[in-house]
Design a protein around this ligand. Sequence first.
Ligand SMILES: [Zn+2]
Length: 59
Amino acid sequence: MAHINCPKCGKEVGIKEEGCPKCNDPFMSNSCGASNTTIIIVIAIVVIIGLIALTCAGL
Ligand SMILES: [Zn+2]
């Protein structure tokens, strides 16, 4: 059975578990463990920096 690490406490938990038995964090059950929120934040930062760069270049 595959395991993932709890994003909060790092404990190995079976991917079929609904949450971490140690800290009760109800993490998402996607096996990759990557959070979409992190990806969205990174994209937002890149877009903001791009807009600032364009604004400065335009002036
Ligand atoms: Zn945990």
